[in-house]
Design a protein around this ligand. Structure first.
Ligand SMILES: [Zn+2]
Length: 116
């Protein structure tokens, strides 16, 4: 693949995933605000497909651990795109991916935890 095309795909994917991350941050804030005590909560899959509506089950603590990494996103197994990211963690419910190439900078620039 042409380098410019690959870079564009990496940027687009990271932008899409940053949007899902923003939504999950709001879900997280709501869960905190209402002190919902659930062993496992539902989060949106943060894959690069904007049409994806699948949910990931994980605890608030697991979510928090992933969110500490400005370049990390939880996705449903099979939703990872090797062209734009690499898998850094895997379990039965979800994978954690890290953006590569041009996408890494986009993910870091949009990291919601850095603005506070
Ligand atoms: Zn997905």
């Amino acid at each position: 693949m042409e380098a410019a095309t690959r870079e564009l795909r990496q940027v687009r994917a990271a932008q899409n995933q940053s949007l899902f991350r923003e939504i999950n941050e709001r879900i997280n804030a709501l869960n905190d605000a209402f002190s919902i005590v659930l062993p496992r909560e539902e989060w949106l899959c943060e894959c690069a497909d904007v049409a994806c509506v699948e949910r990931i089950e994980m605890t608030g603590a697991e979510y928090e651990a992933i969110r500490q990494g400005p370049n990390r996103f939880p996705v449903i197994p099979g939703h990872e795109l090797p062209e734009v990211e690499r898998v850094v963690e895997a379990n039965d419910c979800y994978l954690v991916v890290e953006k590569i190439g041009a996408g890494a900078a986009v993910a870091q620039d949009h990291h919601p935890r850095q603005r506070h």
